[in-house]
Write a new protein. Structure first.
Length: 428
């Protein structure tokens, strides 16, 4: 049996339907307005954070007009206008911004034609300073030419001036670093005596030990060998990490009255801040006469390797370079400028090109290069080009005061703190 609804009941249902429809419409309209408000507030928050740093870098008189213009640029639509106020604080400034958001729907049912959203941000500025850190590799030419080719046992005083000057200069540098407490903990030095080869020290895990030798101590780094030097490949090999770089090793022969050694007596010293130990080493440093003379490129390569992050684990308990990007890395070559080559092999211009390419690679790796060159009878264009701008020096061995040039060149700017401006943005 079917029941028929009355007209009264039908009217009630219609009223309920209209009510539900209005409710849905109001809810939908409110949701649209709420989404618009949330979107505008999010955009305004991003805008004030971006604008306040720009404003603070300007004169105070420009803060308000620039802030207002930049904030409105974030809202290109004509329906939204942004007003701002900027005030100075004891350590920065504060920005307050308001945006008027037009109602999309609710204004049809209420008197509210728009909504206002606000955002504010405070910029806190502070300045901090820290003393710069530096790692210094000293490549010291100990070849016979530093004493005009004579053996140390019967040298006249005149011919030992270059090497004596080198020792005095390095001693002055290390003593200043040792005596100034500000340098402790922020300056480390490596010492690399070189002739045509470098004594790399004992028990290096990456050294390919030659047959019949207990240690792979003696190394040269002209690639593929000293006598068949290839400038381009030498530069490429120089910065490769241990176990990868091509290195020729030779059996170390201890000096004796019967055997001519083929490697400098003193091994290289990786980075250390034990300046008293370094002072002892430089005081005991001796020249070395080898068959092949001096190879500044080998000295430069091994000095750079004590500074490179990729070689940081190569020295074991002897020490590792800092991996900090804030550390200023500095290579100093002290030489008489005579780039040796075996007779009848590579022309001198190939060697000079090799030094140039090598130095460019090292400088590209972020290492500054200083060249201290005793200029007499030397061809120094390769070394002038090798040095970083303003760091090519030609001391005069007969002038004791010129030994201070090395200290000035290497330690300059260390006393100047690195100033950093810190900006903090915060709600308030």
């Amino acid at each position: 049996m079917h029941r028929h609804t009355s007209k009264k009941e039908q009217g009630a249902v219609s009223i309920i339907g209209v009510g539900l429809l209005l409710t849905v419409m109001l809810a939908t309209g409110f949701s649209l307005d709420a989404l618009e408000i949330m979107s505008t507030k999010s955009r305004l928050a991003l805008a004030v954070n971006n604008v306040i740093s720009t404003v603070y870098s300007l004169p105070e008189s420009k803060w308000l007009p620039v802030a207002t213009a930049l904030l409105n640029r974030h809202f290109p639509e004509d329906t939204i206008a942004v007003t701002a106020s900027v005030s100075k604080t004891s350590n920065g400034c504060a920005l307050n911004a308001s945006a008027s958001v037009p109602s999309l729907f609710m204004h049809k049912f209420t008197d509210a034609a728009s909504y206002t959203v606000t955002e504010r941000v405070k910029l806190i500025s502070s300045t901090s300073s820290s003393l710069p850190k530096r790692e210094i590799a000293l490549a010291c030419d100990v070849s016979g030419s530093m004493e005009d080719g004579y053996y140390s046992s019967f040298l006249p005083s005149q011919s030992e001036q270059k090497f004596t000057h080198l020792k005095k200069a390095v001693h002055a540098l290390l003593k200043e670093a040792n005596d100034d407490p500000d340098f402790h903990g922020r300056v480390r030095v490596s010492l690399i005596p070189f002739a045509d080869k470098v004594n790399i020290g004992r028990n290096r895990a990456w050294a390919k030990v030659p047959t019949g030798s207990s240690f792979g101590e003696c190394a040269q780094s002209r690639y593929p060998s000293f006598t068949s030097f290839n400038a381009s490949n030498t530069a490429k090999q120089a910065l490769l990490p241990p176990f990868t770089a091509h290195i020729d090793y030779y059996k170390y022969v201890a000096p004796s009255p019967w055997l001519r050694p083929i490697c400098p007596h003193a091994p290289l010293t990786p980075l250390t801040d034990n300046f008293s130990s370094l002072l002892t080493q430089i005081n005991s440093l001796k020249t070395f006469n080898s068959n092949n003379g001096s190879a500044q490129d080998s000295g430069i390569i091994w000095a750079a390797r004590t500074l490179l992050h990729s070689w940081g684990g190569a020295w074991g308990a002897d020490g590792n370079p800092s991996a900090s990007s804030s550390t200023d890395k500095y290579l100093v070559l002290i030489t008489d400028g005579k780039l040796s080559k075996p007779v009848g092999t590579n022309p001198e211009d190939i060697l000079n090109d090799g030094v140039g390419g090598l130095c460019r690679k090292i400088k590209d790796a972020g290492i500054k290069i200083s060249i201290i060159e005793y200029h007499k009878d030397s061809k120094s264009n390769a070394f002038k080009n090798c040095a970083s701008p303003g760091h090519y020096l030609t001391p005069v061995p007969s002038d004791p005061s010129s030994a201070k040039e090395l200290t000035t060149a290497v330690l300059k700017s260390l006393e100047k703190p690195v100033v950093e401006k810190n900006i903090i943005l915060t709600d308030y």
